[in-house]
Design a binder for this molecule. Structure first.
Ligand SMILES: Cc1ncc(COP(=O)(O)O)c(C=O)c1O
Length: 387
């Protein structure tokens, strides 16, 4: 997800224009004449909505706050249960806790995303929402997840923080369920400092998201901001013009990022195919954004040995296993203790652990020469012979 690789003069100019064209106005609202009627947050919302093909997009301050705002828009309350998966960034579960709901964390399968069977088994009469997460730019099994959710009257929030530009059966990830979220933090496909987006085709959900992310503002078209009524209680999860300017410049590069990343992923996968790795299962290969290549070793011990040797020859990994503590529920004891759930000291995700402990994710970069790809493949082949 290397938006950071292409940061350059376009982003710098976009920030400068806030001064040269808009007199330094960085607030998303008001100051119409001073800013020369340029509204960058609104423009970014339009860009994202058009790109993924939805009616409504609400920019927010991060991918984490996008999840919280989306849960609010779905009407999640205290006492509701929200199902998500064991392999995700910690923020997915934090957002559920922030809303006062109860997270129910289910196993993944070899797609490294939500196991539909585990989802089905976890449903109770309190289940309000399911959050499939499209980890490392690969879609969850949305056909099965959607049909289980619809049969059981469960709303769907797609955490697409890592999947902007990805697809499942031709539909943009984030737009298949009821509401979706994206992240533009420093490690994502498109970056803007810190930022996120909530997308939906449901007008009521959008209106709630818009109000909640901004102290409840009703966004009246007739009254001024200072005198309009509150639609609901909210908070400040707004994006600023600085982030949006940067984000707009990056967004123009999305297509080229996705193209190069995918090409490099295909080349790298081809170059290592004779090693005989078992690869992650991909529900829709065409829709995979090409962010990484995940393969499985036979045992945890073998995987640990393999990663150690990768480090010795200068090869890095992506989250698996280098940042597993932040991405696998087993490690979130601090949270279980503080919020008193899964607080029995047991490992509730043995199936996930069995898969994750054998998984290695190779990062794919936009700027990867054929020589570099060859060299990575050669190093991996050498390690595979030893391990
Ligand atoms: C799956 C997932 N959800 C949510 C987030 C949170 O996004 P942000 O860092 O923009 O708050 C991330 C960020 O890494 C993520 O990977």
């Amino acid at each position: 997800m290397p938006g950071f690789e292409l940061v350059g003069k376009e982003e710098q100019e976009a920030i400068n224009e806030i001064f040269t064209k808009s007199n330094g106005v960085v607030f998303a609202h008001g100051f119409d004449a001073l800013r020369d009627n340029i509204f960058r947050v609104r423009d970014l919302e339009k860009e994202v909505a058009n790109k993924v093909g939805v009616a409504y997009a609400q920019a927010v301050s991060s991918g984490s706050t996008a999840l919280k705002v989306a849960l609010k828009a779905l009407g999640v309350n205290k006492g509701d249960e929200v199902i998500t998966q064991s392999f995700t960034f910690v923020a997915t579960v934090e957002a559920i806790l922030e809303i006062g709901a109860t997270p129910v964390i289910v196993d993944i399968d070899k797609t490294l995303n939500m196991c539909p069977k585990s989802f089905k088994e976890a449903i109770t009469e309190k289940t309000k929402v399911v959050i499939p997460v499209h980890m490392l730019g690969v879609s969850a099994q949305m056909d099965e997840i959607v049909s289980i959710a619809r049969e059981n009257n469960i709303l769907i929030l797609e955490d697409t923080a890592q999947g902007l530009g990805g697809k499942f059966a031709g539909k943009a990830l984030g737009t298949i369920g009821d509401i979706g979220t994206y992240s533009f933090d420093g490690g994502k496909t498109v970056i803007c400092g810190e930022g996120g987006m909530v997308v939906t085709n449901n007008k009521n959900m959008f209106v709630t998201a818009r109000a909640y992310h901004d102290h409840g503002h009703e966004y009246s078209t007739t009254k001024g901001r200072g005198v309009e009524d509150a639609f609901c209680t909210g908070f400040n999860y707004r994006m600023s013009e600085l982030q949006a300017a940067f984000g707009l410049a990056q967004f123009k590069k999305l297509d080229i990022i996705l193209k190069l990343q995918k090409e490099n992923q295909i080349k790298l996968k081809e170059a290592i195919k004779d090693i005989g790795f078992e690869f992650r299962e991909i529900p829709d290969a065409d829709g995979d954004i090409g962010d990484s290549i995940v393969f499985f070793l036979d045992t945890k011990e073998q995987a640990q040995k393999f990663v150690k040797k990768m480090g010795e020859v200068g090869l890095g990994t992506k989250n698996l296993p280098d940042a597993i503590k932040w991405h696998f529920a087993k490690h979130w004891q601090h949270m279980f203790k503080e919020y008193d759930f899964y607080n029995d000291g047991k490992n509730h995700w043995e199936k996930s652990e069995e898969i994750l402990s054998r998984s290695i994710a190779l990062p794919v970069m936009v700027k990867m020469s054929d020589e570099q790809i060859k060299s990575i493949a050669k190093k991996l082949l050498d390690i595979a012979k030893e391990v």
